[in-house]
Design a protein around this ligand. Structure first.
Ligand code: GTP
Ligand code: MG
Length: 196
């Protein structure tokens, strides 16, 4: 996809603050610090459209972006970060669930996993929940620059086995080298703009 514009629209806590759901929407979810915001920036060729950080818990609200005036991206807070108070964790969980539960324009969830780690219990729970709601999911295995090519393939097989999903639904990616970007765009485009 050729990017002509990428704009931040707004941050929201609850659905009453969301922008109108007029455009097909893609949501980026995953544990804290996994690389959700970095993935968005790489997809739209921008260094800091979505704010990133070395410290987990950077994204604390539901952030909406519009790409090419035609597609909406949503950057969600991460889950599973141990070092925040329980009340904050519950707030983030509420925000993630509140968004995923009710958004009519949601077409695709990009679920981001660290290619070096086994999916966490939170990942497993979320995946099961998304399946039960019949929401389309594509899995991105990020930080692939941290592994050799043979290890990337091995990790892809192992994570595929853990999740019981077909190999080609797991896309290795690196925000550092940008490898995997085109494959992710292909999935986004075919899901959001299906050919009649
Ligand atoms: P929260 O908003 O806190 O949940 O984090 P996030 O999932 O949005 O992660 P973010 O994009 O802020 O990235 C977290 C850290 O991982 C940053 O230091 C990034 O530079 C680093 N990072 C993200 N993607 C990659 C990648 O593909 N390769 C490498 N080597 N580092 C990455
Ligand atoms: Mg973030």
């Amino acid at each position: 996809m050729k990017i002509t514009s990428a704009e931040f629209i707004k941050s929201a806590v609850d659905p009453s603050q969301y922008p109108d759901d007029l455009l097909p929407e893609v949501a980026f979810v995953g544990r804290s610090n996994v690389g959700k915001s970095s993935l968005i920036n790489t997809l739209v060729n921008r260094r800091n459209l979505a704010r990133t950080s070395n410290t987990p818990g950077r994204t604390q609200l539901v952030n909406f972006f519009v790409i090419n005036g035609a597609l909406s991206f949503v950057d969600l807070p991460g889950y599973g970060y141990a070092k925040v108070p329980l009340s904050v964790k519950k707030g983030w969980r509420g925000m993630i669930e509140g968004y995923l539960e009710g958004r009519q324009s949601l077409r695709l969830v990009v679920l981001i996993l660290d290619i070096r780690r086994e999916p966490s219990e939170n990942d497993d729970m979320l995946i099961e929940w998304l399946c039960s709601k019949q929401i389309s999911v594509v899995f991105v295995l990020t930080k692939s620059d941290k592994l050799s090519r043979s290890r990337v393939n091995m990790a892809r097989r192992e994570i595929g086995k853990h999740l019981a999903v077909p190999h080609d639904n797991l896309l290795p990616f690196s925000a550092k080298t940008r490898s995997g970007k085109d494959e992710i765009w292909r999935v986004i485009e075919t899901t959001c703009f299906p050919r009649p």
